[in-house]
Design a protein around this ligand. Structure first.
Ligand SMILES: Cc1cc2nc3c(=O)[nH]c(=O)nc-3n(C[C@H](O)[C@H](O)[C@H](O)COP(=O)(O)OP(=O)(O)OC[C@H]3O[C@@H](n4cnc5c(N)ncnc54)[C@H](O)[C@@H]3O)c2cc1C
Length: 472
């Protein structure tokens, strides 16, 4: 008899888990799976729309090339020739400073300066911060530091201005979170390690780079990768490889009860028995669902905070396109007092996403400081963004079209102590029969990490129900 596995959540994490199970099933492993998704549409926050010849991303628009798992999956599902690189020759990012866009100096790695001249000449930083940068070079190694916030680490090295101008806006772009809340060990583990080993982050990065350049051959990899037809292409290709009989869209799961060494999954008026279970929902939903299974596990999951995000894409004509500065877009520090967190010039980042005579500006609002924006209507949000684009870029023209996407509680926030919490969750998970967890709550929020988490969850469940090698 086949063993049965339920997957709860049909975002990229759940779909990756389903694909890993489908591969095993096709190779003859006696398993079946059922994927439950609350919404009619599968794919979670991965949504791409084609509008008037432009490609509009509602959620993620790309993934980091250095994390291989998303590109690997794309190749496995026949999208190898659809992978595209970001247009790095145009990679210039601005920071809004006192109402003006100032270009980020060349050689900044996240917020660590690695080139002296461009940093010294940059009008972005005050003289005081530049002197801090010079002093930072001589910081001695710091052993045994406990976890702390990103803001604490950055401030210790470069001062408060660096937190405001770069660390905070960069983190609100990736996590929708604040440098003063997010854990350095969970979010920037390499920086924490560099501080332990080298003291100076600048010296740490240069040493890592030296090692990489002696190992690497050929031109440097692009920073971001994506797909020609957008991120939705990944969802569509995955769905085409899964058995539609095993997919249950529009089926929110209401309860998960451990029973007879397996799980009873209830959705609507139906209950079904499974040998294994993968929960791939955001952590707050997983917390509710696993409450009966283990209260402590449920509490730990519930303690992982999430923030919300709104993306707005506005399309403009050639005239506006010509008026925009070159580059990928800009960041907005909190001290500027705007609602917008950042904006991407999507037509430059991935040029084939808009015809040559169109500009696509994708703006981000929300994050942990502005959850309130979710309650604003679309016309209100468009009004805010148009007003700010007018002030920042001088764009007054009527957009050709606008798309607004609201993502409530979509971005996990890794607070101080997150890594220890994940260890506790992992220990509690193992006490429950055939259970694995996937998603952006644990060890990486980006698409590649979610893909990896789905695949690993599939392997863990298979091991727990008696297939394959035991997986820790
Ligand atoms: C606006 C935005 C921009 C982003 N940009 C990038 C980027 O450029 N690059 C990058 O790498 N990452 C980016 N990310 C992060 C990344 O996209 C997400 O972390 C990742 O896609 C999350 O996938 P997931 O499957 O874990 O969760 P989700 O996509 O949230 O899917 C979880 C699914 O579970 C379902 N669900 C919940 N409860 C139940 C239930 N009871 N029963 C059944 N189903 C349920 C939900 O309906 C949902 O579909 C971005 C995220 C957002 C929101």
């Amino acid at each position: 008899m086949s063993k049965r596995i339920a997957i709860i959540g049909g975002g990229i994490s759940g779909l990756s888990a389903a694909f890993a199970l489908e591969e095993k099933r096709r190779s003859g492993m006696p398993i079946e799976y059922v994927l439950y998704e609350a919404h009619p549409r599968l794919g979670g926050v991965l949504v791409t729309e084609r509008v008037e010849g432009c490609l509009v991303e509602g959620g993620p628009d790309s993934f980091l090339t250095e994390k291989p798992w998303a590109a690997e999956l794309c190749r496995q599902i026949g999208l190898g020739d659809q992978l595209i690189d970001s247009n790095d020759s145009q990679r210039k990012t601005y920071v809004l400073t006192k109402g003006k866009l100032v270009v980020m100096p060349e050689g900044l790695m996240f917020m660590v300066p690695t080139k002296i001249l461009p940093t010294v000449l940059s009008p972005l930083f005050s003289m005081r911060t530049k002197l801090r940068m010079a002093r930072e070079w001589f910081q001695p190694p710091q052993q045994g530091k406990a976890d702390e916030t990103v803001a604490e680490l950055v401030e210790r090295h470069y001062g408060a201005e660096m937190v405001d101008l770069l660390a905070d806006p960069l983190l609100s772009g990736v996590y929708g979170g604040e440098a003063s809340q997010l854990s350095v060990r969970a979010v920037l583990p390499r920086f924490a390690d560099m501080e332990t080993k080298h003291g100076s982050l600048g010296r740490g990065i240069l040493s890592a780079r030296k090692k990489m350049s002696t190992a690497a051959k050929g031109p440097p990899a692009p920073l971001f990768s994506s797909l020609k037809e957008g991120m939705q292409q990944m969802v569509d290709a995955l769905l085409s490889r899964l058995d539609a009989n095993f997919l249950r869209p529009s089926t929110p799961v209401q309860s998960l009860i451990p029973q007879d060494g397996g799980w009873t999954v209830s959705a609507g008026y139906q209950s079904d028995q499974f040998d294994g279970l993968i929960v791939a929902t955001p952590a707050p939903a997983a917390s509710v669902l696993l409450h009966v299974g283990d209260e402590n596990l449920s509490r730990e999951l519930g303690d992982i905070r999430y923030s919300s995000s709104v993306t707005i894409t506005l399309a403009y004509d050639e005239r506006v396109r010509r008026s925009l500065p070159p580059g990928f877009g800009f960041l907005v520090p909190r001290s500027e007092g705007r609602r917008m967190l950042a904006a991407t010039f999507a037509h430059n980042k991935f040029p084939h996403r808009a015809p040559d005579n169109r500009a696509l500006i994708r703006c981000f609002l929300g994050g942990s400081r502005d959850e309130h924006v979710l309650h604003s209507s679309n016309p209100e949000i468009i009004g805010i963004v148009r007003d700010e684009l007018k002030q920042i870029l001088g764009v007054e023209a009527e957009p050709l079209f606008v798309r607004v996407y609201k993502w409530k509680g979509a971005m996990a926030q890794y607070g101080v102590g997150h890594l220890e919490r994940v260890q506790r969750i992992e220990a509690l998970r193992k006490n429950l029969p055939g259970l694995a967890l996937a998603g952006n709550a644990f060890s990486g929020i980006g698409v590649p990490d979610c893909v990896r988490s789905g695949k690993e969850a599939a392997n863990k469940v298979l091991a727990a129900i008696g297939f394959g090698e035991s997986v820790a």
